[in-house]
Design a protein around this ligand. Structure first.
Ligand SMILES: [Zn+2]
Length: 293
């Protein structure tokens, strides 16, 4: 049984085919331009593929925010995005109309969380939290084997966190909240604070202490609200793997032996960990959405 996957990103779409074991058999990359142009290339790709293989469903892991409430009149729309061409675009139904097969939509981070749950580092754990720290900060949550939606969907990147006293001059860069977690700890926040990219900060730079502190603030709050069995940290910033032990230490300090579970008391390299899926994890997430329904 084959499934289609669409990783819809702000700069490119990655579309492909995979099976229920998460194996990706084909993929292409399409630049994100206007909705009309990009979607017609996506549609042509799947129409061509379906001449030789049967595709049962397509998973769509989308940049957001997206409306995931099936009762809403704007269900399946990309809503309040700063990419104006795509604002209020009915991406779900445009694809279903053109391809005449079911499309399963979720946020890119919920899809990535689901792929880690199905095939990656979070197998056998539930609930799980997946956090990506890069151009922005986003988080997906799996509860009882399903992505958490709720009223809309979690927006973990915009958690309010305590700002460090040594960072008082920095006002934060989130256009909505200034010093939320994304405003203080995303890749662009690192650049705005220090004037260099994260990759050009040496591992002993004070900036990484701050980074670990801010991510540990958010993660501590997630542990206290969601009680996850595992936390996965991905994205470009987390490629600096020296951050992992720093974050674990600070989470442990924050929680101060209050949650008396071994995972939290130890807070080690089996609890806060990097993703298991390395390449095409976004596309794998999209295929996980299709194969899971
Ligand atoms: Zn924010």
């Amino acid at each position: 049984m084959f499934f289609g996957g669409i990783e819809a990103g702000g700069t490119k779409f990655i579309v492909g085919i995979g099976d229920s074991s998460g194996l990706i058999t084909d993929h292409v990359e399409i630049p994100t331009t206007s909705p009309g142009e990009t979607i017609s290339i996506v549609v042509d790709y799947f129409l061509a593929k379906r001449k030789s293989i049967k595709i049962d469903r397509i998973g769509l892991a989308s940049f957001g925010p997206v409306d995931l409430n099936p009762k809403s009149t704007t269900y399946g729309y990309i809503t309040n995005t700063p990419k104006l061409d795509w604002m209020n675009f009915d991406i779900l139904h445009e694809l279903e109309k053109a391809l005449l097969i079911p499309v399963v939509i979720d946020t890119d981070v919920n899809a990535a969380a689901l792929a880690e749950y199905e095939w990656g580092a979070a197998q056998g754990k539930d609930p799980i939290v997946y956090l990506t720290v890069g151009t922005g900060i986003g988080g997906g949550v799996i509860v009882n084997g399903k992505p958490l939606h709720g009223l809309s969907h979690p927006e973990i990147g915009h958690l309010r966190i305590r700002q460090s006293k040594i960072d008082y001059k920095f006002s934060g860069i989130c256009p909505f909240h200034k010093n939320c977690m994304e405003g203080l700890a995303s890749g662009p926040a690192i650049f705005a604070r220090w004037g260099v990219l994260g990759q050009d900060l040496s591992p002993d730079h004070i900036g990484w202490e701050l980074e670990a502190e801010y991510l540990a603030e958010g993660i501590s709050n997630l542990i206290l609200t969601i009680s996850p069995e595992i936390i996965i940290l991905g994205g470009g910033v987390m490629k600096n793997d020296f951050l992992f032990p720093m974050i674990r230490r600070k989470v442990k300090e924050n929680l101060n032996n209050y949650v008396t579970k071994k995972e939290i008391l130890d807070c080690n390299d089996v609890y806060i960990i990097p993703p298991g899926l390395k390449s095409f994890s976004g596309l794998a997430g999209a295929i996980a959405l299709a194969s899971d329904n």
